[in-house]
Write a new protein. Structure first.
Length: 146
């Protein structure tokens, strides 16, 4: 499992916990340096995180997921598709990359575009699309906290 603290400026604004480096297990907003418990969403998959499908090039699969938050518990179908391997540059470093699309069969009908970095074992959100349009995110740096 990998924990991601992300931001849109210098201070972390969200935290994700990822299974197999790309499956969202939980998300929470960070407000004034602390997790905002009212924003936590957890996701339950039909298998333990260690048994989730490994991210590999040119694959397709579906999972039935259940999300739980302060709004309730909701079923959510998720469809996954990955690209052939390519190269991506982040912060002056080159990485092997696999593009991954996740389509959500829920009320939002949204889609995430991730880039999975096999050598690092995790993916990052490159874009998000819903009925309001598309938002694109460009990573400028990848770092590890010890």
């Amino acid at each position: 499992m990998i924990r991601v603290d992300g931001s849109y400026d210098d201070d972390p604004t969200y935290r994700y916990e990822l299974g197999q480096g790309s499956y969202l297990l939980s998300s929470i907003d960070i407000v004034d340096g602390a997790p905002d418990l009212g924003t936590r969403v957890t996701y339950s998959y039909p298998m333990p995180a260690a048994e989730m499908p490994a991210i590999a090039p040119a694959q397709r699969w579906q999972l039935d997921v259940v999300s739980a938050s302060t709004d309730g518990v909701f079923p959510e179908g998720q469809s996954y598709a990955t690209s052939e391997e390519r190269s991506v540059s982040i912060g002056g470093c080159e990485y092997r990359a696999i593009d991954m699309i996740i389509a959500y069969d829920d009320d939002s009908q949204s889609t995430d575009g991730l880039v999975f970095l096999p050598d690092l074992g995790f993916g990052f959100l490159a874009w998000f699309e819903d009925s309001d349009g598309r938002s694109t995110y460009t990573p400028v740096e990848i770092g590890a906290v010890q």
